[in-house]
Design a protein around this ligand. Structure first.
Ligand code: ZN
Length: 486
């Protein structure tokens, strides 16, 4: 990230504050901006070209949706503390980092973003006072009071498993890890915690964020957030830790679990559901076969299959020795076949419970969501806003439904800033829209995303925002009705 930003073309220092921001831009600068939308110039433009960013903020970013999502009120337009007391942090093109900005309206936010033209911006919590006024309020009175509960899943945490890419690379194949993580985490959050308003947002490179906007989730304090992430996070240890899952071992003659055939381990229903689903083939088991065994071939090489052998029941030395001997003679035997060897060995053993427990742990270790826990623990964590551009890839951080995540190919399906500006250029030409004439309206929320491939993603955001508002309206109705009862 730091190097990517450092590679950006020369930057101007932020202009001094003016009262009306963008509308005061010099004509020359505006011409500069508009010519950035020229197709030929765009081809040559660096992805981080500041003029391209400015054009994107000005014409394409769906400010209204972003605002309504953060504002969380049942009426429009009434700007709530959720917006006015909200921290925004800007990373400028020269890497300067400006914290504790806050705005009275979405127009003000847009104007400031256009003035500063940051490489990206982040969203923080709602504070007890306006963040921009924090120096004027007593220190103890300035504290974070609410924010969306967030989760972060990053491909980095899958580097020791995935075989198709390394480091910053990501492809449709390793996206499958993200896809299964999203499926499992989404269901867990809804079923176990009862939250409804989950927004998944592609990070623009190799990860995904989840923002939960339910009122109860936003109100959680740090302790509650830590407890939740502790619940979700079952993959522990560094790259050198062989066994990373500890969700309770086999207990001889233990009570087991009704789904478990009573053979000695009471796995939490949430994990049981992720493993087994309704028909014995839950998302984790499916992903284990399709992604781990078949596609990624994760036990192909000696180091990889040695890890697998080390995860088998230590009391079953004979069986393990036989497997090792067989795989040493056929070292590149496909993972699918190696796993069949393992399940055969398990079937022959008299210690069914021990094997079942160990094999479930292997499946969990290779498929269960790996979350970056630090992101979720604190109310005042800042997280990159939806719809900003990832400076290293030029891709937009687009919201996705769980179904969209499943089909998403980060290489092919995520629009980039240059692509969007090109599409907008074509559309405005075709429809006879003169962007020069639009100049005077730029403090308005007019946007051209609906003329580009950003449209379906904004519509996803739209539906999400509508559902939140619908719920708030319902809650208000019920509250009003109750107050009539007295
Ligand atoms: Zn890959």
């Amino acid at each position: 990230m730091a190097t990517a930003v450092a590679q950006l073309p020369a930057v101007r220092p932020p202009p001094p504050p003016t009262s009306s921001g963008f509308d005061d831009l010099e004509d020359a600068e505006m011409d500069n901006l508009l010519s950035a939308i020229d197709e030929k110039k765009l081809e040559q433009a660096e992805m981080g070209e500041p003029t391209a960013y400015l054009a994107y903020y000005k014409y394409l970013l769906p400010w209204k949706q972003l605002y309504l999502w953060l504002n969380r009120t049942y009426t429009v337009p009434s700007t709530s503390r959720n917006f006015t007391h909200r921290e925004f942090a800007f990373t400028l093109q020269n890497e300067a980092y400006l914290r504790y900005n806050s705005f009275g309206s979405p127009e003000d936010l847009k104007r400031e973003v256009c003035r500063l033209n940051p490489a990206r911006f982040e969203i923080g919590p709602v504070y007890s006072a306006k963040p921009k006024d924090r120096k004027t309020v007593q220190k103890t009175l300035f504290k974070p009071v609410s924010r969306e509960l967030v989760f972060d899943i990053d491909m980095t945490d899958y580097d020791e498993i995935r075989t198709c890419c390394t480091g910053k690379g990501i492809c449709k194949r390793c996206w499958a890890f993200i896809s299964v993580a999203v499926k499992v985490l989404d269901e867990m959050i809804r079923e176990d915690f009862g939250y409804k308003h989950l927004l998944w947002v592609y990070s623009g490179r190799r990860g995904i964020h989840c923002w939960i906007s339910d009122e109860e989730a936003c109100a959680l304090n740090d302790d509650a957030r830590r407890a939740i992430i502790g619940w979700v996070d079952i993959i522990k240890g560094s790259a050198n830790t062989t066994k990373k899952v500890d969700v309770g071992g086999y207990v001889p003659n233990g009570p087991g679990n009704s789904n478990n055939g009573g053979n000695g381990r009471a796995l939490h229903p949430s994990l049981r559901r992720a493993l087994e689903g309704n028909d014995g083939q839950g998302p984790l088991k499916m992903a284990f076969v399709d992604v781990i065994l078949r596609d990624q071939d994760c036990f192909k090489e000696k180091k990889q299959w040695e890890t697998l052998l080390n995860l088998l029941p230590t009391s079953e030395l004979d069986a393990i020795t036989k497997l090792r001997a067989k795989w040493s003679t056929h070292p590149f035997r496909p993972s699918l076949d190696k796993w069949s060897d393992v399940t055969e060995a398990a079937a022959k053993s008299k210690k069914q419970g021990i094997w079942k427990t160990a094999l479930e742990d292997v499946i969990l270790q290779y498929t269960y969501p790996r979350v970056d826990t630090e992101v979720s623990k604190h109310l005042n964590h800042l997280l990159k806003s939806p719809f900003v551009i990832h400076p290293a890839t030029g891709k937009v951080c687009v919201p996705l439904t769980v179904t969209q995540v499943d089909k998403f190919d980060p290489d092919r399906d995520c629009p980039s800033i240059s692509q969007l500006l090109r599409e907008m250029h074509v559309a405005t030409q075709k429809n006879g829209i003169d962007l020069h004439k639009e100049k005077g309206q730029m403090s308005s929320m007019r946007a051209f995303w609906d003329q580009t491939s950003l449209k379906p993603f904004v519509e996803t955001m739209d539906r999400h925002v509508k559902a939140i508002m619908q719920d708030l309206r319902q809650a208000k109705k019920e509250k009003d009705a109750k107050s009539f009862d007295f």
